[in-house]
Design a protein around this ligand. Structure first.
Ligand SMILES: [Zn+2]
Length: 269
């Protein structure tokens, strides 16, 4: 009975909040790398997820910035790609999206080894707050913007942090679905992260954005960007990491076909 009621409510919401065809088509043009591999069924599911995402989240323009219907749909479409086979429940527990016109300045405080707190500022393209909003600079995620290179995607990056945060800490390990081997995930991700750190320390130019070497949370977020934007490249340079991400996201964007067909994720509601 409850399941029937949930389905009925979902169908009613999808009808009432249906996204206009022209906006949806425009939203799926850029970045083409992100949407290219999706078949018809996946595109339909993505549209449903984006519709419900927009019904649940509230968008605010920072400092009077006007967030247009296209921006909302474009952001929702990209934000829902990582959870295509995981479900929207992964983004539960917060509602606000704050959109800046351009990169924004955020205050930062760091405590050093001697316990001294250093205050400063950082210019950001995006930010995710635990239990709070996702903050994005439209200039850095608008069509054609690749502020961190062609494999980068600010929206995927910030939403990967949101997935990671669902475990309670930002440590590069989101809650893994049933059936995944947590020990194997830890070993693979840590080995790859430590190798990257060692290369950076030795001045060896990495084959992915060096920002991944910041900490394990950034490693997961940057690898997630590559997984969706440049999957063949990630599979070539870090095949074990690619495999873990394919198991986690229940997707195989590089078309490796070595993974089980994505099934329905465990119920998290
Ligand atoms: Zn980050």
């Amino acid at each position: 009975m409850w399941r029937w009621f949930k389905d009925w409510r979902r169908q009613r919401l999808l009808r009432r909040a249906a996204l206009p065809d022209n906006l949806w088509r425009r939203a799926l043009v850029h970045p083409k790398e992100l949407f290219a591999g999706l078949d018809e069924r996946e595109r339909r599911r993505l549209r449903e997820l984006a519709t419900i995402f927009l019904a649940r989240k509230e968008f605010y323009g920072a400092h009077g910035f006007q967030v247009t219907p296209f921006m909302r749909v474009a952001i929702a479409a990209q934000a829902c790609v990582p959870i295509l086979n995981l479900g929207l429940e992964c983004y539960a527990g917060w509602t606000s999206m704050v959109i800046y016109r351009d990169s924004f300045v955020a205050p930062r405080e760091e405590t050093d080894e001697d316990g001294i707190v250093h205050s400063g500022q950082e210019v950001l393209a995006g930010e995710s707050w635990a239990g709070g909003p996702v903050v994005l600079s439209w200039a850095d995620c608008a069509p054609g913007a690749y502020p961190h290179g062609p494999a980068g995607n600010v929206i995927i990056h910030e939403f990967a942090h949101k997935l990671d945060m669902a475990s309670g800490t930002v440590n590069g390990t989101p809650p893994l679905p049933r059936g995944m081997d947590g020990a194997e995930w830890d070993a693979v991700m840590d080995r790859a992260y430590q190798r990257l750190r060692a290369n950076l320390d030795n001045g060896i130019k990495p084959s992915l954005d060096p920002y991944a070497g910041q900490d394990p949370g950034e490693f997961f977020a940057v690898c997630s960007e590559y997984f969706f934007m440049a999957p063949a490249h990630l599979r070539r340079i870090l095949p074990e990491v690619y495999r873990q991400l394919a198991l986690y996201y229940r997707r195989d964007p590089a078309g490796f076909r070595a993974f089980p067909r994505p099934g329905r994720g465990p119920d998290r509601s």
